[in-house]
Ligand binder design. Structure first.
Ligand code: UT7
Length: 323
């Protein structure tokens, strides 16, 4: 049975770092409030001339370097993003051009903060079906471009960045002992679309719009749905939660992450936390966390990782893989 194994990871964070205190003279907020309610201390913002594809290209190059493979060996590029450079073409085709990749195919996936999980599931399915040998999966966002800077309930939460992984087909036995992606669980429920959305778009206002969120309601859904999806995926992989070595959660709020870990009976030592330094980077948050933790040498061969995320839609899901 073919399995999709992570061969390399990489990330890119824009140079400009903005500390919580930056917001204090612009809004009625404090570093203390942001820290204690979200775990966020700082975030990166893209420069004016930097687009989502620029971030994605930098992360992709880092992942290819780390994997030690050339761009000619890549069959497909999937970019998870909700902040594309243009309405079309896709960010993925711009990444393809930026990498000098003249073969294969590229497209975007849009499932907001859950986008990377959906993109990984997509790449896994293509690899298992024999449609691709190696897929570059990227999460890249410039959420600073859709912030309402007068809304303290949202603008302090988000940041910009990109993360990437190179997935490669490897022959496995079809058992939970295999390396690579073992199970995925994807969900969405459009009845909750008004809890987290952008109030503009091509076919409605003709503008890009600004992010709107009923934070406390999203919070409640997140705590309940993230542990559920993670449990389902772990079970589908033929494993139990006590066999999980690392939780790599979407980095939206440390209180959501702690509550999810608790529901999964996982100690915080087994959780990758980057929210303090990155803020919420939407679809980029999981690949950023994966790449940073990988760079720190956290993951050992054979370990079980669970990645989970929820975002606008609502859309949520998880991926279980053996490193
Ligand atoms: O990535 C996609 C998924 N998104 C998420 O997972 C985000 C989920 N939600 C959250 O993380 C939290 O709900 C927030 C961090 C957004 C808000 O925290 P909360 O504990 O749920 O606060 P709240 O929205 O219930 O607001 C409590 C109070 C309110 O004041 P009143 O009405 O009690 O007077 C807010 O106006 O906190 C106020 N508030 C702030 N105060 C200072 C909201 N934002 C701020 C702020 N600084 N930046």
């Amino acid at each position: 049975m073919r399995r999709a194994v992570i061969r390399g990871t990489g990330h890119y964070l824009p140079e400009r770092v903005v500390e919580n205190s930056w917001f204090e003279d612009k809004l009625e907020t404090t570093d203390q409030w942001i820290r204690s309610r979200t775990g966020i201390e700082r975030r990166h913002f893209a420069a004016e001339d930097q687009r989502t594809s620029d971030l994605g290209i930098a992360a992709a190059k880092a992942a290819l370097d780390h994997a030690g493979i050339s761009v000619d060996q890549i069959d497909a590029v999937i970019v998870a993003t909700s902040t594309p450079d243009f309405t079309f073409p896709s960010v993925a085709t711009m990444v393809q051009a930026g990498l000098g990749m003249k073969r294969g195919f590229a497209y975007d996936v849009q499932a907001v903060c859950a986008g990377f999980v959906f993109a990984l599931a997509n790449a896994d399915a293509m690899i298992r079906a024999g449609q691709a040998e190696r897929v570059l999966v990227i999460g890249a966002e410039t959420f600073s471009r859709i912030m309402d800077w007068t809304d303290r309930g949202t603008c302090v939460l988000f940041g910009d960045g990109a993360g990437a992984v190179v997935l490669e087909a490897v022959e496995g036995d079809g058992t939970p002992a295999d390396r690579g992606i073992l199970a995925v669980d994807l969900n969405s429920d459009g009845q909750y679309r008004d809890l987290l959305y952008v109030d503009g778009g091509v076919a409605s206002t003709g503008t890009a719009g600004h992010l709107r969120m009923q934070g406390n309601l999203v919070f409640r859904h997140a705590v309940e749905k993230l542990a559920d999806t993670a449990h389902r995926a772990v079970e589908r992989a033929g494993l139990t939660t006590d066999q999980v070595d690392w939780l790599v959660p979407h980095q939206a709020n440390s209180r959501i992450i702690e509550a999810t870990a608790k529901r999964m009976h996982l100690p915080m030592e087994k959780v990758v936390l980057t929210v303090a330094d990155h803020g919420n980077t939407s679809a980029a948050s999981i690949p950023l966390a994966l790449s940073v933790a990988d760079e720190q040498g956290k993951f050992k061969p054979g370990q079980i990782l669970v990645a989970e995320a929820i975002g606008g839609g609502l859309a949520w899901g998880s991926v279980v893989l053996r490193w």
